[in-house]
Design a protein around this ligand. Structure first.
Ligand code: DQA
Length: 150
C-alpha cells in the first residue's frame, strides 16, 4: 500500500481551542482520525505527526519512509527555507495544506516557501483541506479518480 506521511506544524496541537473563528472547533486528533478512516477506504497507509519544532519537521521529511507528503507547515510556511529545501532534496511528491485561506488573510501569509516545491496547495476548507489532499494523494499515487474509490 502506498504510504502517506502527514506533518502538522507549530500550534496545530491547539486546534479546536486556538482562534476558533479562524481555525474552527475540530481538534487535531479528530482530523487525524478522519484522515485515517478515509485513507483506509482509499487504500492508503497513513502516518501522522505534529511538532512545534522546525528541525523535527526537516528530520521527518528527510526520512524516506513514505511515498507522498501532506504538510501543513503552519507559520513555518511563510518563513522556512529549511523545510522548503528538505522537500526539494527528497524529491517525493508533496501537497501543501492549510485550514484557512492564506490568500485572504494578512499580507505576510500570502507567500509560501512550500508552494514552490509542492505539487499543489489546498487552502481554506478547514479540516476538509486535509481530506481533499488525501483524495489528491490517491490520484497521484494510484492513478485512480479519487471519487471512484468510495
Ligand atoms: C495555517 C495558516 C498559517 O498562516 C498559520 O500560521 C497557521 C495555520 C492554516 O492551516 O490555515 O498556523 O497553516
Amino acid at each position: 500500500m502506498p504510504k502517506v506521511k502527514v506533518i502538522h506544524g507549530p500550534n496545530l496541537n491547539l486546534l479546536g481551542k486556538r482562534e476558533t473563528l479562524v481555525y474552527g472547533t475540530v481538534a487535531l486528533a479528530e482530523i487525524d482520525s478522519a484522515m485515517k478512516n478515509l485513507a483506509g477506504r482509499l487504500g492508503l497507509e497513513i502516518s501522522s505527526m505534529q511538532t512545534n519544532s522546525e528541525a523535527e519537521i526537516v528530520d521527518s521529511i528527510q526520512k524516506s519512509d513514505y511515498d507522498l507528503l501532506i504538510i501543513n507547515a503552519a507559520a513555518y510556511t511563510h518563513t522556512s527555507i529549511a523545510i522548503r529545501d528538505a522537500i526539494a532534496a527528497v524529491a517525493k511528491p508533496a501537497i501543501e495544506v492549510h485550514l484557512s485561506n492564506i490568500h485572504k488573510r494578512e499580507e505576510f501569509r500570502r507567500h509560501s516557501f512550500i508552494a514552490e516545491v509542492a505539487l499543489g496547495q489546498i487552502s481554506g476548507f478547514g479540516p476538509g483541506s486535509y481530506m481533499l489532499a488525501l483524495r489528491a494523494a490517491q490520484k497521484i499515487l494510484m492513478g485512480a479518480e479519487p471519487d471512484t474509490a468510495e
